[in-house]
Design a protein around this ligand. Structure first.
Ligand code: AMP
Ligand code: MG
Length: 421
């Protein structure tokens, strides 16, 4: 059965309902950036591994320096110098000080490191000129990580800091979810790849920009694009091209999914044993959208118009890729913005308008201005956009100054578990 004309949230829920994270693999930490952790990581060590100085200075007993000031300096005998790589420093007794470097193990005895700026830096006798550091500037063993503690949980998206934490606890080969392999097939007799650009120059063809843009978008989402090239608008040839998608984790097609005379994508998917479980979404751009399964994997039939293809990939394709890759929060977050220009909708559908975000409206919200004409064929309206402005189906006239939500098209910070939240 095919459901049609769902609104965007219901369509998103429908598509993600059956999607589970892919299996796991162990990879080198050097390759882990952008992957999603599939197993908790337990630290075998405490961090820091010893009490150590958080400042360059002098390790002393607090009781010896209390009351010290430039008018009442305290003098202590310097009995040793401890470098960051030192081991088993000797005890420092009352009345003594050890010169100590940041990160160096604290010697037995002291409970204080006086920063070097509050001393005269003396060689054999040091003069303490301030007591503000009494009982301070010591990092305690295990205050960051305790041995046997879970330092990172399943589902964590690995960024640079996570890679650093994993390195510091000795995790050289984290277990992560497999990266989804995403088949991408463009359809259309009018299309060529870049090696045939001379036909574009003679006015006979256009470049299949979707092939390139979708491959890039898949990579950005954390997937591995598998290009199946361009299929002509012919059911037999289209079926032959689509067969190559078998074994991929997600199938993306672009074009041929609408009601034109040569739109064969839906029927060919069904001929190949696939299903069409959803068709058409109450949105613009991107209304003629298909979704189902093919060769046991989800199939997303994107519209051919370049803006529609990218907007619908953004809303539905990216969350599919990220869910397969193990993300618990596969959607981009939305933010509140102030509308810079009045908007009139051409139809009572959820619109996703391409906007730049500039400045501040005086209440702390960015101002969203349209990137220009919003035709779904104008790809430059997308390339200059910072965000997709979400305009609900009604009212159809939205005045400048209204507060709306926008999907920010950059970065992974603060992903959202729910659609358009
Ligand atoms: P379709 O969805 O096949 O009806 O195509 C709608 C519009 O998008 C037509 O103007 C196509 O030429 C264009 N189009 C379809 N596929 C692509 C593609 N891969 N790259 C660029 N434009 C495309
Ligand atoms: Mg077409």
């Amino acid at each position: 059965m095919t459901v049609t004309r769902l609104d965007v949230s219901a369509a998103s829920e429908h598509m993600l309902a059956g999607v589970r994270a892919l299996g796991t693999e162990e990879i080198a930490l050097e390759d882990a950036l952008g992957r999603v952790l599939a197993r908790d990581v337990v630290s075998p060590v405490s961090l820091p591994p010893w009490n150590n100085a958080s400042m360059d200075g002098f390790a002393v007993h607090a009781e010896d320096v209390r009351g010290a000031s430039s008018v009442r300096p305290v003098h202590l005998a310097v009995t040793s110098t401890i470098a960051a790589g030192a081991h088993s420093p000797r005890e420092v007794c009352r009345g003594e000080a050890a010169r100590i470097m940041t990160g160096a193990p604290l010697p037995p005895g002291p409970d204080t490191v006086i920063r070097v700026e509050d001393t005269d830096g003396g060689e054999s006798v040091v003069t303490i000129l301030d007591d503000r550091d009494a009982e301070r500037n010591i990092r305690l063993l295990g205050e960051d990580v305790r041995a046997d503690q879970v330092v990172m949980r399943v589902g964590t998206l690995l960024g640079a800091a996570h890679v650093g934490v994993l390195a510091s606890v000795g995790c050289a080969a984290p277990v992560v979810h497999r990266r989804p392999r995403v088949a991408i097939l463009a359809t259309g007799d009018e299309l060529v790849e870049l090696d045939r650009f001379s036909e574009v120059m003679t006015g006979a063809r256009i470049v299949s920009s979707n092939s390139y843009a979708l491959a890039a978008a898949v990579m950005q989402a954390g997937g591995e694009p598998v290009s199946l090239g361009i299929a002509p608008d012919d059911p037999v040839a289209l079926a032959r091209c689509l067969r190559a998608a078998e074994g991929c984790d997600l199938v993306l097609t672009s074009g041929g999914v609408s009601v034109g005379d040569f739109d064969y994508t839906r029927s060919v998917v069904e001929t190949l044993g696939g299903t069409l479980s959803l068709w058409r979404v109450r949105m613009r751009p991107g209304a003629p959208l298909g979704f189902g399964t093919l060769f046991g994997s989800p199939w997303l039939g994107l519209p051919g118009n370049p803006v529609s293809a990218l907007v619908t990939f953004e809303l539905f394709g990216r969350p599919l890729v990220r869910s397969l890759a193990g993300h618990a929060r596969p959607h981009r977050r939305t933010i509140a913005v102030t509308l810079g220009d009045a908007v009139r909708l051409g139809a009572p559908l959820t619109h996703f308008l391409r906007v730049v975000l500039e400045g501040d409206d005086g209440r702390g919200l960015p101002i969203a201005r349209l990137t220009g004409a919003q035709s779904s064929g104008m790809l430059t309206s997308m390339s200059s956009a910072d965000a997709l402005l979400v305009v609900p189906p009604s009212p159809q006239d939205v005045p400048a100054g209204a507060t709306l939500r926008a999907l920010v098209l950059d970065g992974d910070i603060g992903g959202s578990a729910r659609f358009l939240e």
